[in-house]
Design a protein. Structure first.
Length: 359
């Protein structure tokens, strides 16, 4: 007779506290992204000209300390070229904006590292989850280093350039992209641990819907990432009209740089044009996903996720157009940047609802 092999006992599921921790961490990362966007919009990111992990946690207190900090700032291009008439109270405002962003980043790091060590010690993490947590903790540390690497690009003297001092749009995109990956991975893992999984029949329509959801989420991520190039080049300040760019659908200076590939990442006109196209493609994909989902019987919670995705996408498009037409006011632009996170979050929620049940 055939010998029956007993299956090994399945490891116990992590307690809900682990999932809630990861969701809280994703919320903290979202706050850092929003605060970083406001810091960029208020042109505060280059106000702190050095980086110390512990030393800079104590802000200047006396008038003498503030004047010394202001004098350090005066040695760098942003003051010499852009803010040469800045007063000390004005400097304090931009300094505190950047200081808040850096301190929030440190708080995010502690929010990952300390509970991770606690849960690890208690044995609440399965082997796959341990690998995920290690990757998240490593990424949050890397994110801090990448932030300073980005700031350094805006502090360098560029004698041959007459442009306004700003950080490299490539490093800004890398910094934002890393934060979005950290946010998405934390949110996805938290949702996977907390949301009960639906037992959906594996029909061809469901498989196609799942593929559409994955592709739409990737498109939303790419659109959000392209916003970093818009911010890095102040591309929102050119062609403040919609749907046309000025008087034309395709502007004359779309391919003004040589070689042509430079336009995609360095020409403000092309960067804004690409962001528009990606935004239109995203809302089109979300609408098509919603219409296709109406043909499939879905659980109530999944249906709610699809409807929410369409609603947030429409809101995000409205905010984007408003930001452009109103010439990038800080409150509207910051809300638009926050909307990209809300849209990405809703897309990840839908992906979690549609995830394949383990056999």
């Amino acid at each position: 007779p055939r010998r029956l092999l007993q299956q090994a006992p399945q490891p116990a599921a992590p307690p809900p506290a682990v999932g809630r921790w990861l969701l809280a961490c994703s919320g903290a990362v979202a706050g850092a992204v929003v605060l970083g966007g406001v810091t960029r919009l208020t042109e505060s990111g280059l106000s702190m000209v050095d980086w110390h992990l512990v030393k800079e946690m104590k802000p200047p207190r006396t008038q003498q300390e503030w004047e010394a900090e202001f004098q350090k700032y005066q040695q760098f291009p942003e003051f010499k070229i852009l803010n040469h008439d800045m007063t000390l109270p004005e400097f304090k405002f931009i300094w505190y904006m950047e200081y808040s962003h850096r301190m929030w980043g440190r708080a995010v790091g502690l929010a990952y590292l300390l509970p991770a060590a606690y849960f690890w010690r208690r044995g609440w993490l399965s082997p796959p989850l341990k690998g995920c947590v290690l990757a998240l903790c490593g990424l949050v540390c890397f994110q801090g280093l990448l932030g300073w690497y980005m700031v350094k690009s805006g502090l360098e003297e560029k004698p041959d350039s007459y442009d306004i001092p700003r950080v490299s749009q490539y490093r800004l995109a890398a910094h934002l992209g890393s934060a979005l990956v950290l946010y998405s991975a934390s949110l996805w893992t938290g949702l996977s641990l907390l949301l009960p999984q639906h037992k959906l029949p594996e029909t061809k329509q469901l498989l196609r819907l799942r593929q559409y959801a994955h592709g739409t989420t990737a498109l939303i991520f790419l659109t959000a990432l392209s916003g970093a190039f818009v911010a890095g080049l102040d591309a929102g300040l050119v062609y403040n009209s919609f749907p046309k760019m000025g008087e034309r659908w395709i502007p004359d200076d779309l391919l003004a740089f040589s070689p042509v590939l430079r336009n995609i990442f360095e020409n403000p006109t092309t960067v804004q044009f690409d962001h528009r196209i990606l935004g239109i493609a995203s809302i089109t994909a979300v609408t098509a996903l919603y219409l296709f989902s109406r043909k499939i019987p879905l659980p109530r919670r999944t249906r709610m996720a699809v409807t929410s995705l369409l609603a947030v996408a429409c809101m995000q498009v409205g905010l984007g157009i408003s930001t452009l037409l109103l010439y990038v006011p800080t409150p509207v632009a910051a809300t638009h940047q926050s909307g990209s996170l809300a849209l990405l979050s809703t897309a990840l929620w839908l992906m979690s609802e549609l995830r394949r049940a383990p056999k």
